[in-house]
Design a protein around this ligand. Structure first.
Ligand SMILES: Nc1nc2c(c(=O)[nH]1)N[C@H]1C(S)=C(S)[C@@H](COP(=O)(O)O)O[C@H]1N2
Ligand SMILES: [Mo]
Length: 332
């Protein structure tokens, strides 16, 4: 099946909707690491006022997704059909991205189009009975796909609601059969210094490739998901095509994009953000309104595109991003 030969019909727009205050924080942090500024354009101030009227914490589930050909017949999992919050418009989710390999600005949707996704393999390695290098198309065919509408929470205190297409991580775990001494998993993102790593030498100093990790029990949890599409279409490159992790009870940085390697390990792995600043980006990184980030509160979050047009609505942050019933027992 010519699955990933198809290109998403997504088109970048000229206007950037970066939120300056939050973005500058991380940018300042990156700058503080070396004392050099990241090259970048002026930030737009459009669309940053709240819409006090919009009711975004709605109880009605979003309408069914129109599935494009590769996903025809894929069903929404009824357990994850109602995020009790308005769906983020696809075009907003697809142009407000973090993908530092392509730079520190919010226009990486355009820059990420350089990512070569065909051919693509995912190596499953380390402490497993069945190590295997999967062709992405075989990997997708191996597991039944489903749709899940998840709340998503970035550590920068913005949030969105996205319908992802993919399969639970547990299915890959069962296929790989970790050995008893495998306690952690590490995800490694695509890295090619000639294609990625943003502007200038500064980026070469960061601990590439981007890596993230989980405890095995976290990977086995119902919520842990590999996404290969969203909004009924194959995953746009800026969202981490052709396969990325989605861990809705954790801050967004835990969800490594464009995964090329999945390794099972005995020890907790070093990860990208944790290596840069362990006090700011913990390994566990569960969404928690009671624990502020060292440089900002996590008590509330700003919902991307939650009012007309391009406004942000401030809503309370939920413990575990509202998924405590699934995961709280992992942390007792
Ligand atoms: N490889 C890689 N994965 C990544 C990142 C990144 O910079 N590189 N950013 C993370 C962060 S901070 C967030 S919030 C989410 C953003 O996902 P989205 O752009 O699809 O919304 O991707 C995460 N995964
Ligand atoms: Mo993030």
């Amino acid at each position: 099946m010519a699955f990933f030969h198809l290109r998403p019909d997504w088109q970048p727009r000229d206007r950037d909707i970066t939120d300056p205050s939050l973005f500058l924080n991380r940018r300042r942090f990156l700058k503080s690491l070396t004392g050099f500024s990241i090259a970048g354009g002026l930030l737009s101030l459009t669309g940053c006022q709240n819409d006090p009227v919009a009711s975004v914490e709605t109880a009605s589930p979003p309408p069914p997704t129109v599935m494009s050909a590769p996903f025809a017949g894929v069903q929404r999992n009824p357990q994850f059909a109602n995020p009790e919050r308005v769906l983020t418009p696809r075009e907003l989710a697809g142009r407000y991205n973090n993908f530092y390999e392509f730079g520190g600005t919010k226009d990486i949707a355009t820059k990420a189009q350089k990512l070569p996704t065909d051919p693509w393999t995912v190596e499953v390695a380390g402490l497993v009975k069945n190590p295997k290098t999967w062709d992405i198309q075989d990997l997708i065919k191996a597991f039944e796909l489903e749709e899940r509408v998840y709340r998503f929470r970035c550590v920068e205190a913005w949030a969105m609601v996205v319908p992802w297409l993919g399969f639970p991580m547990r299915k890959l775990l069962e296929a790989a059969e970790p050995q008893p001494n495998a306690k952690f998993v590490r995800f490694t993102s695509y890295y090619n210094k000639d294609i990625t790593i943003g502007p200038g030498w500064f980026y070469r100093e960061l601990p590439w490739p981007y890596t993230e990790g989980l405890r095995i029990e976290e990977m086995a949890n119902d919520l842990a998901f590999f996404a290969v599409g969203n909004y009924g279409q194959i995953l746009p490159k800026q969202h981490g095509a052709p396969i990325r992790a989605v861990l809705p009870w954790k801050y967004g940085f835990k969800g490594a994009k464009s995964i090329v390697k999945i390794e099972f390990l005995e020890r907790q792995p070093l990860t990208f953000w944790n290596t840069l600043a362990a006090d700011e980006y913990g390994f566990e990184a569960n969404v928690n309104p009671a624990v502020p980030h060292p440089r900002w509160s996590q008590a509330t979050e700003r919902l991307l595109g939650s009012g007309p047009p391009l406004t942000w609505q401030t809503v309370p942050t939920r413990p575990y991003n509202g998924y405590g019933q699934f995961v709280a027992n992992l942390y007792s």
